[in-house]
Design a protein around this ligand. Sequence first.
Ligand SMILES: Nc1ncnc2c1ncn2[C@@H]1O[C@H](COP(=O)(O)OP(=O)(O)O[C@H]2O[C@H](CO)[C@@H](O)[C@H](O)[C@H]2O)[C@@H](O)[C@H]1O
Length: 485
Amino acid sequence: MSTKSSTILFVASEIEGLLKTGGLADVAKYLPIALKSQGHHLCLIMPFYRTMARRDEATFIDNIQINIGQSFSKTIGVWQLMLDGIPVYCVEQAEYYDRAQPYSEGEYGYPDNGERFAFFNIAALEIAAYLQLNIDIIHCNDWHTALIPYLLKTHYANHPSLAQVKTVLTIHNALFQGQFERGQFAMFGDLMTPLVDYLVDGYQCINMLKVGIRFSDKLSTVSPNYAKELLTRLGAHGLHEFFQQRHSDLHGILNGCDYSDWNPATDPLLPAHFDQTNLEGKWQCKLALQQQLELRQSTSIPIFGMVCRLTEQKGFYLLLPALEKFLRHRIQVVIVGTGDSQIVQQLNQLQQRFGDKFRFINTYSNTLAHLIEAGSDFFLMPSLFEPCGLNQMYSLAYGSLPIVRGVGGLQDTVIDYDQQSDDADGLIFYQPDSSELLNTLRRALLLYLEEPEQVMAMRQRGMHRQFSWQDAAEQYNQLYMDVLN
Ligand SMILES: Nc1ncnc2c1ncn2[C@@H]1O[C@H](COP(=O)(O)OP(=O)(O)O[C@H]2O[C@H](CO)[C@@H](O)[C@H](O)[C@H]2O)[C@@H](O)[C@H]1O
């Protein structure tokens, strides 16, 4: 595909390698890298969080005074880091971003998150103008950046360097909408006043994602199937009418998988390496995982792994009752994650009852995530909804067969054994129902015990599949061309 080189400002609240709480960070790193390799000029903007990695390496660029109306004035420091040859500008504003965590302490978001991220949107535009970045497109991501399209079409509509800038908003998870009491936006005065006329929830709240859906030039989400789901009442988290109004501008582009970080043949986080021609190293990883977690060491016992944020989205209320029964079999289950305290408590209780075969590690560990992908036989993703999902792609690359619910991007990436046995690389269930999940877990166990050649063929097929960021970047490139013409 021919590429017209554009200058793209990618704005995200987290970026892998600097700060990550979930899959958004992966996309905010790997998609810009792929776009750059296709000839675009890229730069990124994120907040200068206290907990950011590589903070000490950042170079101070300048202070910018941001004045809005008569009464609002704040100074930001602009810092710069390089990430794989791409400049990342970080917004320093101690009152907003120099906090213990990026979004929340404990389970509840910071009460001023609306103000913090509205300010981040304004700051991103002010930096683009001040540094004369000559931007063609601002690529926004999720609610944290969703006011940018609105600001460009209102306050900055006649700005000498921003008036022509186009926007794309990518939705990574439409459940998170950034809905805040309108008082949080009051200090921005006239800048936000039109919002109150347009888009209010219950008359008192501004829903930042809705604003982005309304004002962005193009919309995308992270898989074709989730794009379809967003047009339905069931799948759109209350926003179906807004998505329906913009359906011709909404595109589903499947995320890629970064095979430089996720390659079992070279992965420095693994104790042994393997590829589809020789899985010997995988069994060594399995034994190492069992040893590290003090589980019985045996390559013949199937391991079911899971790594994720502990939230309802990831299907724990289907999984927990199913595991109660499934753990009676000769299997091992390993779950790593952080999040909801009730899920933590229930997983801890399960571990007390099935201590010889179930491990729950309540931590965030990239090293353990890689070892689980490599050492598991099956990987669990019984999500209630899943815009794309990255772990099923990692598990396919690592020869672990994904067991997924057929929703969102999981449906787009996994091929079920019973539906298409010649092409299969995993198992799918559909109903959000514990007993259907349990049946599928048992289907997987039976396959493992009775058809080892099939299991091996499925592993190899999965390891062969490629979900490339280059393919995704080509589709975004098309979207950019459409939006600029
Ligand atoms: N305890 C832990 N230890 C180590 N690593 C952990 C971890 N918990 C999570 N991770 C890592 O965080 C990432 C999670 O990515 P996902 O895409 O699965 O989910 P998430 O729901 O955050 O992302 C949202 O955005 C992405 C990106 O668009 C969509 O794929 C997804 O469907 C949508 O919900 C993976 O790289 C995973 O390994």
